[in-house]
Write a protein that binds this ligand. Structure first.
Ligand SMILES: NC(=O)c1ccc[n+]([C@@H]2O[C@H](COP(=O)([O-])OP(=O)(O)OC[C@H]3O[C@@H](n4cnc5c(N)ncnc54)[C@H](OP(=O)(O)O)[C@@H]3O)[C@@H](O)[C@H]2O)c1
Length: 316
């Protein structure tokens, strides 16, 4: 099997080969066809993430592929079945049957390999925010992985979306939305208020941070909810607390990684909900851009430098 390995912080990742693992009685051996890339994978390889794995490590956390072998106790999967599971950038993986999920026919393996983190984060976030039918959501970084999941899941709840991003080209990739804001040239608060006839938005989704946050907070209506998801821009905004008091606004910290670690049954329910929604066609994750394992460092660099729109996968 092949693995993408980070051997030293700041050095390019490398490909290492080892013997294929063997499944135990309750396990499934999967031939991986797509490894989902997340911003956090790139951050870990540059030492910029709060969790610093011991070196060497294999980055990555979500995979899709086909069943190649099953243990003797597994009776509900067969060779060739398409599945998704957790795991780093590897070409072959063994997982317990309980951690393997069949991929609905409506999803490609690329879509399935990139759904777990982004969509689970936004499902958890919208549950916390109690996002409801008819509300308006302002999504910053709307063409990114979190942004696209935020748009898709908001629509599935009957909410309308204002997509905000740093260029018209990026905004064009966001599909049918209620409104668009190019925040490199437009004032987010002014435009959000114009689009909502002066009211403001009900929910802000912020995976970007930096200097966009202040205007986004000020664009919230009464009882609006500001979802702090991440800081892709690199700097952590300092929000004016008076703007939270005004209009009875709320700021909600979303740490899906910590929550899912301590609520694994709830996260499992959420993942099954997402797969059911995909099967019914009520969500449609974006088709990711594909890189080979040999291009892994390029892919990580592209992710860190805004050169990926939507999601990306590594193909072993
Ligand atoms: N809280 C959680 O549980 C959780 C879960 C998953 C991810 N996250 C975090 O959420 C953030 C976004 O993740 P993502 O998967 O959406 O990433 P992504 O696909 O790379 O998108 C990030 C977006 O941020 C914007 N951006 C602004 N400045 C940037 C910069 N200097 N470098 C890169 N992007 C920049 C870009 O849009 P524009 O160019 O349009 O501004 C880009 O589309 C990351 O910080 C990630 O760690 C948090």
């Amino acid at each position: 099997m092949k693995s993408v390995v980070c051997t030293a912080i700041g050095k390019p990742v490398e490909i290492q080969t080892s013997t294929d693992p063997t499944p135990g009685p309750a396990d499934v051996l999967v031939h991986v066809t797509a490894c989902g890339l997340n911003y956090v994978d790139a951050l870990m390889c540059t030492g910029g993430y709060q969790i610093k794995p011991e070196l060497p490590f294999t980055p990555g956390s979500e995979l899709a592929g086909t069943v190649a072998a099953i243990g003797e106790d597994v009776d509900d999967l067969k060779s060739g079945d398409r599945v998704l599971t957790r795991g780093g950038f590897v070409s072959v993986v063994v997982r317990p049957r309980s951690s393997i999920y069949p991929i609905p026919n409506t999803l490609t393996e690329g879509q399935a390999a990139t759904l777990w983190q982004s969509y689970s984060t936004m499902l958890y976030a919208y549950t916390r925010a109690d996002l409801s039918d008819g509300e308006t959501v302002l999504v910053l970084g709307a063409s990114g992985g979190i942004g696209k999941a935020a748009i898709d899941l908001a629509h599935s709840r009957g909410a309308r979306v204002i997509a905000a991003a740093s260029s018209d080209d990026r905004l064009r990739t966001c599909g049918e939305v209620f409104g668009r804001i190019n925040y490199d040239v437009e004032d987010v608060k002014v435009r959000a208020r114009e689009l909502t006839e002066g009211k403001g938005v009900d929910v802000v989704v912020d995976p970007v941070g930096g200097d966009r946050a202040d205007a986004a907070l000020r664009s919230l209506d009464n009882l609006g909810r500001y979802l702090v998801i991440g800081f892709a821009a690199g700097s952590i905004p300092r929000l004016p607390i008076n703007q939270i008091l005004l209009r009875n606004r709320n700021v909600l910290g979303i740490d899906w990684g910590a929550w899912s670690g301590s609520h694994s049954d709830d996260q499992e329910t959420n993942l099954r909900t997402l797969l059911n929604m995909a099967e019914r066609g009520s969500i449609a994750p974006p088709e990711p851009r594909t890189y080979s394992f040999e291009e892994a460092q390029t892919a990580l660099d592209d992710l860190m430098n805004r050169r990926v729109i939507g999601k990306a996968v590594l193909k072993p």
